[in-house]
Design a binder for this molecule. Structure first.
Ligand code: ZN
Length: 203
């Protein structure tokens, strides 16, 4: 059901569109159609109205939907690899960069102002009929991060069980956690418990 957009929003902690996309779904399995649409809607790449139309696509145009889903999944995996490479301060491999360039190439188009009932928003209008344009903004965001070079503040959450990626836009450049409320707090509680182990009778 498309009513899950609040769940989708909760995972948007990456700070940059491409990093949020790299965090979408579970890295252990391919994206589902619902996960892809939820992400595109939560990150405002598409409107809820368009998302509702696209939700039917696996039934109305199964081949097109399948092709886009496969492409989106492998692009997400490529982005994870690129960002983890940047975190290690290595240079991304040319074939990984090509995954971004391929999408930049096929998603030729332009931005247009569209009225969504409340106000004007900028929406990408593709020149081609394919569905790859849905990934255009993500490819553009990824390209911008890679172009920042070794100074790109790409990070992975310090909780080894978490694995979420984010862009460190903090002034101190010392952000360690995907979310202070989740992993940061868990860490604080754990180290507090460790420090007070043996002295804390309440358990
Ligand atoms: Zn985390």
């Amino acid at each position: 059901m498309p009513n899950g957009s609040s769940d989708g929003l909760a995972t948007l902690i990456g700070g940059r569109l491409a990093m949020d996309f790299a965090n979408s779904g579970s890295p252990r399995r391919p994206l589902s159609w619902e996960e892809l649409l939820l992400f595109l809607e939560a990150s405002r790449v598409i409107s809820p109205e368009r998302s509702a139309v696209l939700l039917e696509l696996p039934e109305t145009e199964p081949l097109a939907a399948h092709a886009l889903l496969q492409r989106a999944s492998s692009f997400r995996d490529a982005l994870r690899r690129i960002f983890l490479t940047l975190i290690r301060r290595d240079a991304p491999k040319p074939e990984a960069i090509e995954a971004i360039n391929e999408l930049l190439r096929v998603t030729e188009g332009h931005d247009e102002l569209l009225f969504d009932g409340e106000g004007w928003r900028i929406e990408f209008v593709a020149r081609e009929n394919g569905l790859e344009w849905l990934l255009a903004a993500i490819a553009r965001s990824a390209a911008e991060i890679v172009a920042e070079g070794p100074d790109a503040r790409v990070r992975v959450c310090a909780n080894p069980d978490c694995g979420l990626l984010f862009y460190d836009a903090s002034r101190t450049k010392l952000r360690r956690w995907c979310s202070m409320a989740v992993c940061g707090n868990r860490h604080k509680v754990a180290s507090f418990a460790k420090k007070h182990a043996g002295t804390d009778r309440s358990g």
